[in-house]
Design a protein around this ligand. Structure first.
Ligand code: BES
Ligand code: MN
Ligand code: ZN
Length: 492
């Protein structure tokens, strides 16, 4: 799908379909009003007839309107003018895509002109690209019959002449984010027998080739040399070879300290000897979505070639039960030297991340952000609408929240007070890997914080946001928009 920015009179556009908005009560948006004038009130007639009342998300398609060069006109309901803000704007765009007939190959969108409280022109334009691509995403299923190609090929986004330059930059960012989102979705959706640690390593190498990143994909022997006893402990139960992936984008000033992104890459989480229940266990193929979002963000970063230094670190392996697997009560020695009593082998994410966090020290980072489908407790706390943010620096948490808000990939700041730390006490090692039932997402963050003392650090628990369950099961590509926006803001 190709996007472009244009300005001009809506009635003159030779397009398969124009998309314009009508408010609840029948008030026309300015593009709709211009079309109404050019067409001897064809739109007013539809409103008067009661066929378009402007309810949020409703739509009417009209063909061959006199005075209008385009073949069709899609009227979309905007809801009440005084309630029109971000959520309504996004819903209108999604409904527009859904309502487009499959015969439309090129569409002209007149929605960025709508004043939506809280949204800049840039955000409105970027969201058009992101939502159009999200809504037309085709799952990379392994069905023998491939789905038909999406007919929609060209999308023109109309803005005021004065806003063209700004809109073009925003469009570029929106498209880059959408590409990263797509990669993250694709990787997440692949089954565990395809998307293995080896496969993720190959993906990282491909990205490095495409965008000029430096890449290193380490195997067990190399990981042993690094002393990553905790990561090795998780991987030892699986026959699938483990990997430690390191990507580097060096496009900032030579001495600029890099931002390091760390992604949990458990390509399948059975729970290990602390085996999970069978229901929905298939969804644990998504336990590498942290890794997928780091790779996706690097894709966006490469597309935009942001002037920044960034490092991606991905510890990846399966979590399996076997005769070689970790047992509850086993004690491992992490790369940091701290010992960990593994009371539950299903709390494996923190065990692979802690060594990656120690490894991150060597890059003298300006900030480290780890991303992980870490706890079921996070899903209970926040559901699917917000990722959890934890940080040892309030300013860094704030930066991530702001990025998430402007990218509409929202996060929520959770507490990580010292009072929670004793839940991790162990009788036999420096710490236990679980903190009991209360505050499960928080104690997981507390665990990680013990390995992130040497730099500004934040942790995103994306267990609720990375994929959807049920009928629409599938990866969401989150939090690529948040992370990319965070990097864009850091680069400027
Ligand atoms: N990958 C899971 C977390 C998860 C579970 C994410 C369900 C999304 C949906 C993680 O490795 C895990 O199993 N965590 C345990 C930790 C517990 C044993 C302390 C959990 O949340 O139950
Ligand atoms: Mn687990
Ligand atoms: Zn897991």
């Amino acid at each position: 799908m190709e996007f472009s920015i244009k300005s001009g009179n809506p009635e003159k556009q030779r397009s398969d379909c124009l998309i314009v908005g009508v408010f609840d009560g029948g008030a026309l948006s300015s593009a709709a009003a211009a079309l109404d004038d050019a067409s001897s009130q064809a739109i007013s007639a539809v409103v008067k007839a009661g066929d378009m009342r402007g309810q949020l998300g409703s739509s009417v398609l009209i063909h061959h309107v006199d005075g209008i060069s385009a073949k069709r006109l899609l009227l979309v309901g905007l809801g009440k003018a005084n309630e029109f803000s971000t959520a309504q704007y996004l819903k209108v765009i999604r409904k527009s895509v859904d309502a487009l007939p499959a015969t439309v190959k090129n569409a002209s969108v007149f929605l960025a002109e709508l004043a939506a409280s809280g949204l800049s022109v840039s955000q409105k334009v970027a969201q058009i690209a992101e939502v159009f691509l999200d809504a037309t995403y085709q799952v990379n299923s392994l069905k023998s019959k491939k789905p038909d190609a999406i007919p929609l090929k060209k999308v023109q986004v109309f803005v005021d002449p004065a806003e063209v330059k700004e809109a073009k930059d925003a469009l570029k960012q929106g498209e880059a984010i959408a590409e990263g989102v797509k990669l993250a979705k694709d990787l997440g959706n692949l089954p565990g027998n395809v998307c293995t640690p080896t496969y993720l390593g190959k993906q990282a190498k491909q990205l490095a080739k495409d965008y000029g990143f430096k890449v290193e994909v380490m195997n067990r022997t190399q990981i042993e040399k690094l002393g990553m006893g905790s990561f090795l402990g998780v991987a030892q139960g699986s026959d699938e070879p483990m990997r430690l992936i390191v990507l580097q984008h060096k496009n900032g000033k030579k001495d600029d300290k890099p931002v390091v992104l760390v992604g949990k890459g458990i390509t399948f989480d059975t729970g290990g000897i602390s085996l999970k229940g069978g229901a929905e266990m298939d969804e644990m193929k998504y336990d590498m979505c942290g890794a997928a979002s780091v790779l996706g963000t690097f894709k966006s970063l490469g597309e935009l070639n942001l002037p920044i230094n960034a490092v991606g670190i991905i510890p990846t392996c399966d979590n399996m039960p076997s005769g070689k697997a970790l047992k509850p009560g086993d004690i491992v020695t992490s790369m940091s030297g701290q010992t960990i009593e593994v009371l539950n082998t299903d709390a494996e994410g923190r065990l692979v991340l802690c060594d990656a966090l120690t490894y991150a020290e060597r890059f003298k980072p300006s900030a480290v952000v780890d991303v992980a489908t870490l706890t079921g407790a996070c899903v209970i706390a926040l559901g699917q609408h917000a990722s959890a943010v934890y940080s040892n620096q309030d300013a860094l948490a704030e930066e991530l929240l702001t990025a998430g808000k402007s990218a509409h990939d929202r996060a929520w700041h959770m507490p990580m007070w010292d009072e929670y730390q004793p839940q991790l006490d162990s009788n036999f090692a420096d710490m236990a890997n679980i903190g009991g039932r209360p505050a499960g997402s928080i104690t997981a963050a507390c665990f990680l914080s013990r390995f992130a003392k040497k730099y500004d650090w934040a942790h995103l628990d994306i267990a609720g946001t990375a994929w959807k369950s049920g009928k629409q099961k599938g990866g969401t590509g989150r939090p690529v928009p948040l992370l990319t926006t965070f990097l864009i803001n850091r680069a400027s």
